[in-house]
Design a binder for this molecule. Structure first.
Ligand SMILES: [Fe+2]
Ligand SMILES: [Fe+2]
Length: 329
């Protein structure tokens, strides 16, 4: 049997469990929070006062903070790219509406709230150029992404396990920073989003755990291949208006590193956490090739930590069209 067919069989086998994954890791629509719960209420007579207060507090947030928040928002807003990518993964069938496509739709419906909330906050804050942000968002969706997974479910679930944890870290740090600058409402918004990302991370990493039980060698090799090529960020193709594809990503990433929202050390930390979560060191019954992949994965965090220590992040903020420096502290 070809590798592709085995993967399809594994996905079909696990499909029987998708309903329980949905119950365990996603929240019923009537119960889950909505963006409006954390934003000024436009039906209230106090609406204008609430906005005034939001804008006053927003004046204390520094330049790199805004850039990191804008980049995070745009990454969330590119959700159409992620949904269409996942719908195309081997074993996911949107036409037959199988269990996996149900998972993808419900996951998407939860994720969609993140961009909604952050976008509305940014709009109300008055500190950013919304039109430039909208152009970048449209570019990013139009450019799509290539995360190096192909249609392989094993690689895709490695990617989503990693990425959901990375977004947890990033939203959680923005939340902590907002709090330290006295913006408790924004801190709460980002905390709620971070909570969703953590649940999603737990779900995707559980899918990988399940696959490790059925097809350990191929799962190990897929994990190693993803890490060998490095996990590219979903907004890797980020650009500003009038600029070339990918030209904005490094500068955005530098802002996020400088202010401590997401750093090279976090990348290493996530990898280490995944190794522990999947008990990579103790998985048995591996082929020779998978044993080598395991060795590689166990040694990788220490190797990457050394590289990340040598990494130099530029001291000065790059000025984006998204955020006018004169409007920011
Ligand atoms: Fe999200
Ligand atoms: Fe997410």
């Amino acid at each position: 049997m070809s590798l592709k067919n085995v993967r399809l069989e594994v996905m079909q086998f696990l499909e029987n469990k998708v309903d329980s994954f949905v119950d365990q890791y996603l929240i019923r629509i009537e119960k889950i929070w909505q963006p409006t719960d954390f934003l000024p209420n436009s039906e209230s007579d106090n609406f204008l006062e609430e906005i005034k207060e939001l804008r006053e507090i927003a004046k204390d947030l520094p330049y790199d903070f805004w850039v990191a928040l804008v980049g995070d928002t745009i990454t969330e807003e590119a959700l159409p790219t992620y949904e269409s990518w996942l719908m195309d993964v081997e074993g996911v069938d949107n036409v037959e509406r199988n269990g996996w496509s149900k998972w993808v739709r419900q996951w998407t419906s939860e994720e969609n709230r993140h961009g909604d909330l952050l976008n509305k906050y940014l709009y109300l804050s008055g500190r950013v150029n919304m039109r430039e942000i909208e152009i970048t968002t449209q570019h990013l969706i139009s450019d799509g992404f290539d995360i190096g997974t192909g249609r392989d479910p094993y690689k895709n679930f490695i990617y989503t396990s990693f990425q959901e944890l990375a977004t947890y870290v990033s939203h959680n740090r923005v939340s902590q920073l907002a709090k330290s600058f006295g913006d408790n409402k924004l801190a709460k918004m980002c905390k709620m989003i971070a909570g969703d990302e953590m649940r999603h991370h737990q779900a995707y990493s559980e899918f990988v755990t399940q696959i490790f039980k059925i097809d350990p060698s191929e799962m190990m090799i897929a994990f190693q291949q993803m890490m060998k090529n490095k996990i590219v960020m979903p907004a890797g193709f980020l650009r500003e208006s009038g600029e070339k594809i990918s030209s904005a990503f490094d500068n955005f990433s530098n802002s996020a590193q400088r202010i401590g929202v997401y750093t090279a050390a976090d990348y290493v930390d996530i990898l280490e956490k995944l190794n522990i979560k999947w008990d990579i060191n103790n998985i048995s019954g591996l082929t020779d090739e998978a044993e080598k992949a395991r060795d590689y994965l166990m040694k990788l965090p220490a190797r990457m930590a050394k590289v990340s220590e040598r990494l130099i992040v530029p001291v000065d903020s790059y000025i984006f069209k998204w955020v006018e420096p004169a409007l920011v502290r």
